[in-house]
Design a binder for this molecule. Structure first.
Ligand code: GLY
Length: 370
């Protein structure tokens, strides 16, 4: 195998795998190095919501970027099935955001107006008109977005990786990058445990671990999230249900993912009894029939959060050829397709949207001290 590549990607989560797919599809020779296995971290822990309507309440660069990313999913699902044989399990059965206080209804109405102006279907409905008959009706109102969707996060990430291999990318798991080699301000490759691989372009996509290369990326806060899944005898909900501090995401096989806690500065994968009790009690309040469900498993993942909540996407200042894609916080799965096309364009020297370039630039904070 050659030791020279057009691009080396460090980190095999959804950002690394999607970028490997996009670049290899465009004919580049790509090497992806992952210290564990593909989708070992946050990309497998995510519930897979494509929450453009649930997670965004006002216009911003990130909202527009998310919207563009969301629009890529239907075509992507077909392409990935063809190139990898993996079904990413795209479900477009809508989402509901429930509020429990009269005071919150105005906020829901504002979101519905904003989302409608942005071309989405969104309306505020009352418990009596609710589309999900098993929900408890003690909430005041809900924002209903019938086109909101979701995928299986681990399937998506593995499909990207397999499809990248289909297009000629080399993927090496259990291969830890020890150092990024920089000569005279220019990246020339990476060092692993026993080998050196060369490339003029290196892309770091290591989630919260990107800050381990702290000479290049700073100010990433890890935010642990705990989740569990349950299995029910019959399907209880079709839509994703979202409320303050808890969401329920219905999956195939009568599984429901219940998430998630938010624990800043925690990187361990422990799942605390208190967290499971809290999530289950919230979930049961929303969907009383969950009382009869069987607990399948619990897990935790770590979201990478930047200081201003916007991802870091772009070239590292003062190190020519070194790029970063991280800091997608709660929306890595949603943002991955657009991140990969944006980053591939930057890496290939193509013209990109200047607003995104500025908003997600690593130069917007003092991150570098090489
Ligand atoms: N995407 C939802 C979460 O991070 O919990």
């Amino acid at each position: 195998m050659t030791n020279h590549f057009d691009q080396i990607i460090v980190g095999g989560g959804v950002m690394g795998a999607s970028t490997a797919y996009e670049l290899s599809k465009r004919g580049n020779q790509v090497l992806l190095l992952e210290e564990n296995t593909i989708a070992a971290e946050a990309s497998s822990a995510a519930a897979g919501m494509l929450g453009v309507q649930m997670e965004f309440e006002q216009d911003s660069s990130l909202f527009q970027f998310a919207k563009e990313s969301r629009e890529l999913f239907p075509k992507l699902a077909k392409e990935l099935l063809q190139d990898s044989g993996i079904d990413i399990q795209l479900i477009e059965k809508g989402a509901l955001k429930l509020v429990y206080h009269q005071d919150d209804i105005d906020a829901l109405k504002r979101i519905a107006t904003f989302q409608t102006q942005q071309g989405a279907e969104a309306k505020v409905i009352s418990p009596v008109t609710i589309v999900e008959k098993e929900l408890a009706t003690d909430f005041h109102a809900a924002l209903y977005c019938p086109t909101e969707g979701q995928v299986s996060a681990p399937h998506l990430t593995k499909a990207f990786a397999k499809a990248a291999e289909h297009h000629g990318a080399v993927i090496m798991e259990q291969t830890r990058v020890q150092d990024i080699i920089i000569e005279k301000g220019k990246v020339t490759g990476v060092k692993t445990d026993g080998k050196t691989y060369s490339a003029d372009r290196v892309i770091m996509t290591c989630g919260f671990k990107s800050s381990h290369f702290s000479r290049y990326v700073k100010q990433l806060t890890p935010v642990k999230g705990e989740c569990l899944s349950v299995v029910t005898e019959k399907p209880l909900i079709q839509s994703t249900i979202f409320t303050e501090g808890c969401y329920l995401v219905p999956k195939g096989g009568n599984r429901i993912i219940i998430g998630a806690t938010s624990m800043p500065n925690q990187t361990n994968k422990d799942v605390k009894v208190a967290s499971v009790l809290h999530l289950l009690s919230r979930a049961k309040q929303i969907l009383p029939a969950l009382n009869q469900a069987t607990i399948e498993k619990t897990w935790a993942g770590v979201r990478p959060l930047t200081k201003d909540g916007l991802p870091y996407l772009g070239e590292v200042p003062d190190v020519s050829g070194l790029y970063v894609a991280t800091g997608h916080y709660r929306n890595g799965i949603l943002l991955a397709p657009r991140t990969s096309t944006f980053l591939a364009d930057i890496v290939e020297g193509k013209q990109v949207n200047q607003t995104y370039l500025d908003a997600f630039s690593l130069k917007r904070e003092s991150l570098i001290s090489v």
